[in-house]
Write a protein that binds this ligand. Structure first.
Ligand code: ATP
Ligand code: MG
Length: 165
């Protein structure tokens, strides 16, 4: 990964704005790892991206089914995985992940560390943390997040601190 961008996100709406901004950079066939603790905002970001790519229906969290696949208006698709409940990396084969590694599907993976050694290398590694991770003593702002984006290509928008609205 050659590029690292850190973004402070102050609210859920700003997280959605960051998702809308990222869709211009994530390309067909890319694999996106989405890391961070339980409830930190991974699905919120993934949903914003899937909507911004043009999927108009409801986007479920894949927490139980582990994988949801969405057709896109351009003929491609997005596979959204949540591996928190995956029982061992071998179980990935049952999800049929391989069939989505076809260059036409964007693959977004929450909890990739549950399948270390079984997943394709990422083009993007996004990590979200909340105030608890910073070690500050006072009560952290419950909506504040730090997002670290590692990528093989630079982001086209140089200052993601000011996402498009
Ligand atoms: N800045 C923020 N960005 C994203 N979500 C936020 C933010 N502030 C508060 N929230 C809230 O945090 C929650 C995030 O839930 P979400 O399902 O996106 O987390 P997750 O990381 O996918 O969890 P899980 O690990 O269970 O999959 C939502 O209830 C959302 O309203
Ligand atoms: Mg989630």
């Amino acid at each position: 990964m050659n590029y690292i961008t850190q973004v402070q996100v102050n609210s859920e709406e700003e997280m959605r704005a960051l998702g809308r901004q990222l869709v211009g950079d994530v390309a067909s066939g890319d694999v996106v790892y989405l890391g961070g603790e339980l409830g930190v905002g991974k699905t919120t970001l993934a949903r914003a991206m899937i909507t911004a790519w043009g999927y108009l229906g409801r986007i479920k969290s894949p927490s139980y089914g582990l994988i949801e696949v969405y057709p896109m208006p351009d003929g491609g698709q997005v596979a959204h995985l949540d591996l928190y409940r995956l029982e061992g990396g071998e179980a990935l084969y049952d999800l049929g992940l391989e069939s989505y590694l076809n260059g036409r599907t964007i693959v977004i993976i929450e909890w990739p560390e549950r399948a270390t050694g079984y997943l394709p290398d990422p083009n993007w590694q996004i990590h979200i943390s909340d105030g608890h991770a910073s070690g500050c003593q006072t009560a952290p702002d419950p909506d504040l997040r730090q997002v670290v984006i590692q990528s093989k290509r630079p982001l086209t928008k140089p200052d993601p601190q000011q996402p498009n609205r």
